[in-house]
Ligand binder design. Structure first.
Ligand code: SF4
Ligand code: MG
Length: 332
């Protein structure tokens, strides 16, 4: 499989300052040492409770947020380049390849302007100079999301939530990106139209050979969309696996707890419900050792002092960061 993103030890920390001289007193470790490869054409689901760093990870991968450490290697026609070192021109080219779709389609479209001008702007910015060419692209992307071209003359408030999100997707497609980073793209929509938008996204993905990073807290939505899933907890990856393996054989106690909270899965598998106890600790004062140890039903002595490494376990490509699966750690 061809890799499109190689993310290495990515770190996005936000300083916490105090007083008038803005003395740095700590950091919010939103993304903390994340390494991962993303394959071309796949949908990689990203799950975890709110505040676990999913959105910051997505934004950092496309440089909307500046990382404080690590590298983001992107495949430019077979050659990997570190986008964290890009100058303005290179960044401009990179931006064209990776686009984002946000949760709230209303805020993503300027309410004062007709859709037409929101759609024309990115094309102008990216140097599509003639009106004819611009309108051709606009017609093409609108067709992909099943919206009539004459709707361009309307304002955002004249559309339903589902239509607005389809418009946002269409606008992201205008520059012919290779990757779409979707941050909770359907969670603001009525459940009745979520499936419609998700199916449309699947069709578009096939048609354009797009890679999706699909961030969501709704696990049934992620399961429906993803080829692989990464589970985040307090800024770290705790488990990555093919979607099937993750749902059938979750390894990490956190993943198990997350999955057992899905009512539908409960009915099908009659799995014992495992309720997550306690709050997510603050990403400022992370616990020592395994970040999950204060909530983990399987916590051992070693977990309180030593952070677990990522190890392979089970099916190919299944990785987990937990001492239970690290033979060397358990022996020691
Ligand atoms: Fe639980 Fe220990 Fe595994 Fe962390 S490393 S998830 S505390 S068993
Ligand atoms: Mg978020």
């Amino acid at each position: 499989r061809e890799v499109i993103f190689k993310i290495e030890n990515l770190q996005t920390w936000f300083p916490i300052t105090k007083g008038m001289f803005k003395k740095v007193v700590g950091h919010v470790k939103a993304v903390d040492d994340v390494s991962l490869e993303v394959y071309k054409g796949e949908t990689l689901g990203i799950v975890g409770e709110s505040g676990c760093g999913k959105s910051t990870f997505g934004k950092t991968a496309m440089m909307l947020e500046r990382p404080t450490g690590g590298r983001v290697m992107f495949n430019f026609g077979g050659e990997f380049k570190d986008v964290t070192k890009f100058n303005k021109d290179e960044m401009f080219q990179f931006r064209r390849k990776v686009q984002m779709v946000f949760q709230d389609p209303y805020s993503a479209l300027n309410p004062q302007k007709k859709i037409y001008s929101s759609f024309e702007e990115p094309l102008k910015v990216h140097g599509i100079d003639t009106l004819e060419e611009r309108e051709e692209v606009m017609r093409k992307v609108l067709k992909m999301v099943n919206i009539q071209p004459d709707y361009l003359m309307r304002y955002p408030h004249e559309f339903s939530g589902g239509q607005r999100q389809r418009l946002c997707i269409a606008r992201a497609l205008e520059v012919m990106p290779e990757v779409l980073i979707c941050d909770e793209p359907v969670s603001a929509l009525d459940v009745s139209i979520q499936a419609q938008v998700l199916n449309l996204m699947k069709e578009i993905q096939k048609e354009m050979n797009l890679t999706y990073l699909f961030i969501a807290h709704d696990l049934s939505v992620v399961q429906y969309m993803s080829d692989r899933i990464m589970v985040m907890y307090l800024g770290r990856i705790v488990e990555v696996a093919d979607s099937r393996a993750l749902y059938d054989e979750p390894l990490h106690p956190y993943t198990k707890a997350l999955l057992s909270a899905i009512p539908v899965a409960d009915i099908h598998t009659k799995k014992k419900r495992q309720v997550l106890e306690g709050e997510v600790p603050s990403p400022i004062h992370k616990p020592d050792g395994c970040p999950f140890h204060n909530r983990c039903p399987k916590c051992m002595e070693i977990c309180k002092t030593q952070a677990p490494n990522m190890v392979h376990h089970g099916a190919e490509g299944h990785m987990v960061a937990c001492h239970l699966y690290d033979e060397e750690a358990v022996k020691a």
